[in-house]
Write a protein that binds this ligand. Structure first.
Ligand SMILES: NC(=O)c1ccc[n+]([C@@H]2O[C@H](COP(=O)([O-])OP(=O)(O)OC[C@H]3O[C@@H](n4cnc5c(N)ncnc54)[C@H](OP(=O)(O)O)[C@@H]3O)[C@@H](O)[C@H]2O)c1
Length: 329
């Protein structure tokens, strides 16, 4: 059984969470991390027992690295991914895949040309509870989906100068948090026929509150909102013809999924998960690479493309343009 050497680019919150998750993936081994800062790289490397490089380029250039996990802010996803692909690395890049569809196209085309694996790290897709819930809905036991409600709002103080409020780091509620319920709607309901968005734009120029309604055939709707001003329920409910499916907190990491068939007792979908659940997306990457694939069937390039196109349209409607990346008006 081959072990794959993982290189991580960036050393923040999610890089550390991933470093912990890798211990639960039998075929993965954390080999190196890259940081803009040599001290940060050294500290991370000591904590997680890997090599620490004082640049991102060094991770991409390390011949021992098989797969690079990109955990930098949104503005760097495309640039970092292209750099790694150019060096022949397989890439797992955090969400949103890039700032807009144009950047996602560049990434996909580069991976296709180089023949390497590339996937957006939409970890929720690989969560066994999400997979099981999708199977229930696909079985049509509950009938067609008529209405989906999903929200993700966290109270994130602007005073702390978080990346969420920072426009140059491609902050804003919808790109960071709203993407999860939007992903769920896309996974369960497909491509929307209509998109209607409205948002509050805060003093730093990003959307602090955003609401989106997606329209589908037969009057079905997905009603979604995100916030970096308010802590919301952070869950999702899927209302179907013959009952409902409830994703308890969180929408991106459901701790409990309940099936509520009409006129029957509610039933908890019993699915065990291990660790912090970031292990599952890495397992998918390795499985695909072993099968000689350059993309995942569970979260394909087309899936990522559709999601970023939805985000592009939402941003067009709410008037949120990211300088240096967009030319969307
Ligand atoms: N899947 C999930 O559940 C999940 C959860 C949280 C975040 N994310 C995604 O992961 C990515 C990173 O989020 P995070 O919460 O880990 O962010 P974070 O804690 O701020 O870390 C980002 C890292 O990127 C590097 N970086 C490069 N340029 C930077 C800049 N100008 N400002 C700040 N940091 C910069 C830094 O590493 P060095 O200083 O070492 O270079 C920093 O530690 C985002 O795409 C986010 O959407 C995903």
């Amino acid at each position: 059984m081959k072990t794959y050497n993982i290189g991580i680019i960036g050393t923040g919150y999610i890089a550390q969470t991933m470093a912990e998750a890798l211990a639960f993936v039998p075929q993965a081994r954390l080999h190196a991390v890259g940081s803009r800062n040599s001290e940060t790289a050294k500290d991370f490397a000591a904590k997680y027992n890997c090599l620490g490089y004082s640049s991102y380029e060094a991770v991409a250039a390390d011949p021992e690295v098989d797969i690079v996990y990109i955990s930098t802010p949104h503005n760097l996803h495309c640039e970092n991914t292209l750099m790694c692909i150019a060096k022949g690395k397989h890439v797992l890049c955090e969400k949103p895949f890039a700032v807009n569809a144009m950047e996602v196209d560049l990434m996909i085309n580069a991976a296709r040309a180089k023949g390497v694996f590339l996937m957006e790290a939409l970890w929720t897709r690989f969560n066994p509870r999400i997979i099981a819930a999708k199977e229930v809905l696909d079985s049509k036991r509950l009938g067609k989906i008529k209405l989906l409600k999903g929200d993700f709002g966290l109270r994130i103080p602007a005073a702390e100068n978080s990346r969420h409020h920072n426009k140059s780091l491609i902050g804003g509620s919808v790109m960071d948090l709203g993407i999860y319920p939007l992903f769920l709607a896309q996974l369960l309901m497909g491509k929307p026929k209509t998109i209607t968005a409205t948002a509050g734009i805060g003093p730093t120029g990003v959307d602090t509150n955003c609401s989106v309604t997606l329209g589908y055939a037969d009057d079905a709707l997905a009603v979604i909102y995100s916030s970096i001003l308010a802590h919301t329920d952070c869950n999702a409910s899927v209302y179907c013809e013959n009952g409902d499916l409830l994703f308890d907190k969180w929408v991106h990491l459901p701790e409990k999924v309940t099936i509520v068939p009409l006129n029957e007792n509610p039933e908890t979908l019993e699915v065990e998960t291990i660790d912090n659940c970031y292990n599952y997306e890495v397992e998918e990457v390795i499985k695909c690479i072993e099968q000689g694939k350059t993309q995942s069937d569970l979260w394909s390039w087309d899936d990522s493309k559709l999601l970023i196109e939805t985000l592009d349209e939402i941003r067009r409607q709410i008037g949120l343009e990211y300088e240096g990346h967009d030319n969307i008006n």
